[in-house]
Design a protein around this ligand. Structure first.
Ligand code: PA5
Length: 456
């Protein structure tokens, strides 16, 4: 409704141009050329185009990348009962987003058969926290020691180490520790239990070549970490976790197709970009709140926080993303969003129908809490009342909201959301003249950290 105002007429043409440029980048990318507007080839890049992977699967069957990923994942599921995913930033946040959205919320508490043979999932290498890392190392060690025969699956831990550059300190430090543990416990089998995912060159690649691990997966050169969720970076751990990676890719393909063909005004990518951009330039709404309704989508929001900040937070420009989980955060940040500074655009990410029969509110004879008047209400109805009530409260105070509504949360819709938000980030970069690839600001701390360590 806001965009229907004549002031934004030019935006349509600008966004359609940005779409053409984005699609043109794909062609350049596929032909092997660097992608503009990068001046430095290191800043050139693109999103993994999901069609390519499905095409490869159709043409090459068992030799395709998707099939190799699925086979390796099946092997890890059979031989290990825990998998530690080592990575930071774009090298783990996409996987966490998928698994939190699609996995059982108490996955690691379930028995192996309740988990359908999917290993327990742990994340490390995303910080330098001695206590936390030690706790996980001890846990993995004790599991193996407690087992009577350490060849059984329920004793074993596998490690997927993900680093595109292969030189990220946090991940490299934790890999040393976990590699030492796995080698100590399982000897030569470590070659099958450790799977690196890395670029075609770099320290982790060299180390992998030397170590002779059974499987090593590549991250295509031009695809930046935060755009790599649909490469082996996200797909391998997702497949280990029992997610349907083909459905995920098909969802992403459907969104690409929609982006390519749908008109402005009914194009999820262009419209989402337009709303964020228009409110930012017109009303100074520089804080973009992604309001997720249900904890399962929080990690999708955190993945998006990284995507937007690292891609567009440059040249003293770029909106500030912030993820909240509602209704939880209505009791904390909600105050500020309702009455604080008018610098926020709130976008609701709505999970749609629950994946199982909804809980209902039971009736009680005593009714001391006076909830009997709502007895029998399904929880989604109570949630919807909160969503509508919150939107209404913002509207009453002239605070804008937008909605992204998923029909339900599954691999297909999560694939769509990933692709939609990656495309929107690239399109917005084109629109405002910021190269979304590269993250020179992040390199600054890495350089200083390494220099500090070198001083001894
Ligand atoms: O988006 C990015 O490129 C970064 O967030 C990287 O993913 C992160 O710095 C980790 O880098 P690497 O995979 O090289 O260890």
């Amino acid at each position: 409704a806001y965009l229907a105002d004549g002031r934004f007429e030019g935006l349509k043409a600008d966004l359609e141009n940005a779409r053409d440029e984005t699609l043109n980048d794909v062609e350049l990318w596929q032909s092997g050329a660097a992608v503009p507007p990068a001046k430095d080839p290191l800043d050139a890049g693109f999103i993994q185009w999901p069609e390519e992977l499905l095409l490869d699967l159709n043409e090459n069957g068992d030799n395709s990348l998707v099939a190799r990923i699925e086979n390796c994942a099946a092997r890890i599921r059979e031989t290990a009962d825990g998998v530690v995913i080592l990575g930071i930033g774009g090298s783990y946040m996409g996987m966490k987003a998928m698994f939190d959205a699609l996995g059982h919320p108490y996955h690691n508490e379930l028995s192996r058969s309740e988990r359908n043979g999917v290993p327990r999932i742990y994340y490390e290498g995303w910080n330098v926290d001695s206590d936390q890392q030690k706790a996980l190392l001890n846990l993995c060690e004790q599991r193996a020691v407690c087992a009577t025969d350490n060849t059984v699956a329920d004793a074993r831990t596998a490690v997927i180490v993900i680093s595109k550059s292969g030189g990220t300190m946090e991940t490299a430090v934790s890999f040393r520790n976990f590699r030492a543990l796995i080698e100590r416990q399982f000897g030569d089998d470590a070659k099958r239990l450790i799977v690196p995912v890395t670029g075609d060159s770099g320290k982790l690649r060299d180390l992998s070549n030397e170590a002779g691990f059974e499987d090593v997966f590549s991250i295509p050169d031009g695809i930046g970490g935060r755009f790599s969720v649909l490469t082996p970076v996200g797909l391998l751990p997702a497949a280990v976790a029992g997610l349907n990676v083909r459905q995920l890719l098909q969802g992403a393909v459907a969104m690409t197709d929609h982006f390519r063909h749908a008109d402005y005004g009914s194009n999820a990518v262009l419209d989402y970009t337009a709303v964020g951009h228009a409110f930012e330039v017109d009303q100074g709404l520089t804080t973009r709140i992604l309001s997720t309704w249900g904890s399962k989508l929080e990690a999708v929001g955190l993945w998006y926080d990284q995507l937007l900040s690292e891609s567009l937070g440059k040249h003293e420009k770029g909106a500030t993303p912030l993820t909240v989980v509602n209704t939880r955060d209505l009791h904390s940040r909600g105050q500020q969003h309702q009455e604080g500074r008018r610098d926020k655009l709130i976008t609701n990410l709505l999970p749609g129908a629950p994946n199982s029969d909804p809980l209902t509110l039971p009736e009680r004879e005593d009714d001391h809490d006076q909830l009997n008047k709502f007895a029998g209400y399904p929880l989604p109805k109570i949630l919807q009342a909160a969503i509508d009530g919150t939107n209404q409260a913002y509207a009453d105070d002239n605070r804008p909201t937008a909605d992204i509504l998923l029909p339900t949360v599954n691999e297909h819709t999560i694939g769509q959301v990933f692709q939609m938000l990656m495309l929107a980030t690239v399109v917005e970069g084109r629109l405002v003249g910021t190269n979304p690839y590269g993250q020179p600001g992040v390199e600054a701390y890495k350089k200083n950290m390494n220099a500090n360590l070198s001083q001894g």
